[in-house]
Design a protein around this ligand. Structure first.
Ligand code: ASP
Ligand code: MG
Length: 428
């Protein structure tokens, strides 16, 4: 008998029928003899709808009240799920984040978990109940207020519960069958991976893969939680997110003896590019520019500085950042144009970022050449390049991104034989 934590995302509990289907799945796990703790997201697009509603009554909703509002989404789904399980003849008890002992810092809208004290959950388990916990929310001891963990936070709730309860596995259910070599909506020939290392998963998640949230993967890595990403709509095995050594063992048992150089391809359309034109090429200008950008609250990703033209002694600096940060950064830079001494600013929100990720890059050469060649044959222009130890990213035109992902996927030999199955719409 194992202790299994299961997380169901919004698309898995979108309506009454779906909730009943999830309830049955939970009951089946219980029938197999396991203890079950469930973290559940708000139904469908509830969180977005609540955010819209808040925006209609206040231009900038008070953060404390916004968390009160948003946390109600998960209370609805947890209670309905517990009722559905009850009516199938099983004991189930739902708990809010604070009842479950999810203790966070006081940052509304982006709270970090500081402690998990699942006393009531243990009691309920000891009494034979199935435990349902509202995802995405916690409680701060100093302010005594309800907090939320940031969008997609239910994954983190599930992993944190799994760590605190020393669960055998944390199963994260969504509408895709696991982690794929690329988003199957973009690359139909994407293949499901049996296992992926947590460091590769972190890079994929940081670069646009939506199947798992980066904070949950980080938390799992730090606390040694085994994640199993799988689909609510099928009983197929999904993808195990494990440490590198464990993954090598799993690969050795299967058909692939050798670690693939590239584990997957991620795509991201959420970034914009800002170019600062005519920056005086003297020490200190990059520092000035990025201090201004940082103060605007923007999160800069890639940076490229051109060679300066000898005749002018000036250069251009381009960087990427989330689209939602761009207007604040542009405003801040424009305000300091005179002091920094640059000529003008260009804003481009039609870019796409493609990343290839693989731990095997450390020991193989020619990985980037394959990427550039595939793009060149497809006639796709590269605008920026950045690399880490296990990742290469390029910026291309947003319109070219899907095509770029497909040709690169093929070039690395990642294509599967059949088309990937996509059950619902969002990847969550
Ligand atoms: N309901 C929250 C959201 O939509 C949390 C989650 O789904 O994980 O972001
Ligand atoms: Mg959601």
């Amino acid at each position: 008998m194992a202790l299994i934590v299961q997380k169901y995302g919004g698309s898995s509990v979108a309506d009454a029928e779906s909730i009943k289907r999830v309830a049955k799945r939970i009951v089946d796990t219980r029938r197999a003899g396991h203890d079950v703790v469930v973290a559940v997201s708000a139904m469908g697009d509830t969180t977005d709808e609540l955010l819209d509603l808040a925006a209609q009554v206040a231009p900038i909703p008070a953060p404390r009240e916004l968390d009160m509002l948003l946390s109600s989404g998960e209370r609805i789904s947890m209670a309905l799920l517990a009722m559905a399980i009850h009516s199938m003849g099983f004991e189930a008890r739902s708990f809010t984040g604070s009842q479950a002992g999810m203790i966070t810092d006081a940052t509304h809208g982006a709270a970090r978990i500081v402690d998990v004290t699942p006393i009531r959950l243990r009691e309920a388990l000891d009494e034979g109940a199935i435990v349902i916990v509202a995802g995405f929310q916690g409680f701060n001891r100093d302010t005594r207020d309800i907090t939320t963990l940031g969008r997609g936070g239910s994954d983190t709730t599930a992993v944190a519960l799994a760590a605190a309860l020393e669960a055998d596995v944390c199963e994260i259910y969504s509408d895709v069958e696991g982690v794929f070599t690329a988003d199957p909506r973009v690359v139909p020939k994407a293949r499901k991976l049996d296992a992926i290392s947590s460091e590769e998963m972190l890079e994929l998640a940081a670069n646009g893969a939506k199947v798992l949230y980066i904070r949950a993967v980080e938390y799992a890595r730090r606390h040694g939680v085994l994640i199993h990403a799988r689909s609510t709509f099928s009983s197929a095995e999904g993808t195990l997110v494990v440490d590198g050594a464990r993954r090598a063992e799993i690969l050795a048992k299967g058909e692939h003896m050798e670690e693939p150089v590239v584990a997957g391809v991620a795509t991201d359309l959420s970034q914009a590019k800002i170019t600062v034109i005519g920056v005086p090429d003297v020490p200190g200008k990059a520092a000035e520019i990025f201090k201004i950008v940082a103060k605007s609250g923007a999160n800069v990703d890639m940076i490229v500085q051109n060679v300066s033209a000898a005749s002018t002694g000036r250069t251009d600096i381009s960087f990427t950042l989330p689209k939602s940060d761009a207007s604040a950064a542009l405003k801040a830079l424009a305000g300091e144009q005179h002091d920094v001494g640059f000529a003008s600013l260009v804003h481009d929100d039609q870019i796409g970022k493609l990343s290839v990720v693989g731990a095997g890059m450390r020991t193989h050469s020619g990985v980037s050449a394959t990427l550039f060649e595939a793009l060149s044959i497809a006639g796709i222009n590269i605008e920026m390049i950045s690399t880490s130890e296990i990742r290469i990213s390029v910026v291309v035109r947003g319109d070219d991104l899907a095509e770029a992902a497909r040709v690169v996927h093929t070039a690395y030999g990642l294509d599967g034989d059949a088309e990937a199955v996509v059950y619902a719409g969002t990847g969550r």
